[in-house]
Design a protein around this ligand. Structure first.
Ligand code: C2O
Ligand code: CU
Ligand code: CU
Length: 461
């Protein structure tokens, strides 16, 4: 099937479902947003950095908001002169809306529009990014936060999303090449300008003594952040979108929270009671705390406490039945040969260095790559993730949500996730119910690893 035929087919399918939907009075009008990819310029450091990619000419990608159980429509218009696609990280959605080129749709060419429509079943903190020309478009800025609001208001006084990411700039504030073969074969290329919402230590005002919901989202291509809050009482309330079931310790300078690319954490924070007092989000960098963002108390004291919060309502994720679960093992390691990935329209870094089960992903456009595992719809499975390398890998699965069970290296908190950070030589078992049919991308979220072989497909049928 060529590109044109594919678009014709999927266009027809959308036409039908839309017409059907509009014809029925009871159907809720979907929330719509039009997102136009375009070149942007922004002051990330001293001068304006040109040639960024965003959804406006002069600002970071916006925080998008959808509602749990309600239809959302995002029309993505490609205003660039290269291909793209958009992926909704962590959302359990129909496979055709997942935004993975060649697997679930064809790449969106310059000037084309693709309509993404889905009804998020789960509330929480998610994010969006391209899945075609991933390395360069993400490095140029196109990573944004997607909030799915709970059906019942959880009772915070304020909400603050913080999109953490690096840029790699030269001394004239121009973008530098974001990847190198040498780094791709190791832990990946780090940026040199570390930002929160595209700013260096931005200051946000929040009600004094109020309860703020901090949503920390690591949308970086490479960096694993080590985070903690200085000041204020706080509690982790959600992990990778889902309300925590196993409580997590409050991170500190000595035991910061490890947040890998793709991961999110929601923190309930009681702001200081006096106006002008601050809470700092710090990242440990080379053993030193670096302020990433500052929250400043304003107004009269609301005198809230963490005890005022009801636990967040659990999302409707099916619990795996472990006694019936079949195990699939996935080995993450070096690429066994010097193959080069297929480029297609979605970019390649030119070599493979990584593999899953000793097979390097042969590139986005390659139709020959079969699934790493085929799961029966509705059945429970255990995935054994085996890291055979000294590098850390945030392993991400699309379309499904899984729960960590055990590790050979540490005690794992049993909290739902879509992205598990595998430590050096770690073997981790996770469990899931294969309840969402389709071909789901499965890859490391260090993008240089993903694009040099550490990727594959899980089929649910
Ligand atoms: Cu966050 Cu395959 O992606
Ligand atoms: Cu994803
Ligand atoms: Cu990796």
């Amino acid at each position: 099937m060529n590109r044109r035929q594919f678009i014709a087919l999927s266009g027809a399918a959308f036409g039908c479902s839309l017409a059907g939907g509009l014809g029925m009075a009871a159907v809720q009008r979907p929330k719509r947003a039009h997102l136009r990819l375009q070149i942007a310029g922004y002051r990330l450091r001293n001068g304006i950095t040109p040639n960024l990619v965003s959804l406006s000419p002069d600002g970071p990608p916006p925080v998008l908001v959808a509602e749990q159980g309600k239809s959302a429509v995002f029309t993505v218009e490609n205003g660039l002169d290269e291909y793209t696609s958009m992926h909704w990280h962590g959302i359990r959605l129909p496979n055709a809306m997942d935004g993975v080129p060649y697997l679930t749709q064809l790449p969106i060419a310059g000037g084309e529009v693709f309509e993404y429509q889905f009804t998020p079943p789960d509330a929480g903190t998610y994010w969006y990014h391209p899945h075609c020309m991933t390395m360069t478009q993400m490095a140029r800025g196109l990573t944004g936060v997607l909030i799915v609001k709970e059906t019942t208001d959880p009772g915070f006084d304020a909400d603050q999303a913080i999109n953490l990411r690096d840029f790699r700039l030269d001394k004239n504030d121009r973008l530098r090449t974001s990847f190198s073969p040498r780094k791709a074969a190791r832990s990946g290329t780090l940026g040199n300008v570390i930002t929160a919402n595209w700013a260096t230590n931005p200051v946000y005002d929040h009600p004094a003594g109020g309860l703020t919901r901090l949503r920390l989202v690591n949308t970086d291509t490479t960096r694993i952040y080590r985070l903690y809050l200085a000041g204020g009482a706080s509690e982790i309330v959600a992990w990778d979108g889902h309300p925590v079931e196993t409580g997590l310790p409050v991170p500190s300078q000595d035991t910061p929270l490890l947040l890998g690319p793709g991961q999110r954490v929601d923190i309930a924070l009681v702001m200081p009671s006096a106006e002008g007092q601050v809470v700092t989000l710090n990242a440990m960098l080379a053993g030193q705390p670096r302020p990433m963002a500052t929250l400043r108390a304003v107004g009269s004291n609301l005198a809230r406490s963490l005890a005022d919060l009801q636990p967040l309502a659990p999302n409707p994720v099916k619990r795996p039945v472990l006694s019936e679960a079949q195990t699939h093992e996935f080995v993450f390691g070096w690429s066994p040969d010097g193959t080069a990935p297929n480029n297609g329209f979605c970019g390649s870094l030119g070599s493979n260095f990584w593999s899953i089960n000793r097979v390097a992903w042969s590139g986005d456009a390659a139709s020959s790559t079969g699934p790493l595992a085929t799961l029966d719809l509705g059945k429970s499975y255990i995935f054994r993730f085996r890291n055979e390398s000294p590098n850390l890998h945030p392993i991400h699965l699309h379309g499904l949500t899984f729960i960590p069970l055990r590790s050979n290296k540490r005690k794992l908190a049993r909290n739902w996730t879509d992205t598990a950070l595998l430590l050096k030589d770690e073997v981790m078992d996770v469990a899931l119910v294969a309840d969402n049919p389709g071909d789901w991308a499965f890859h490391c979220h260090v993008i240089e690893h993903q694009k040099t072989g550490l990727a594959g497909v899980i089929r649910v049928t």
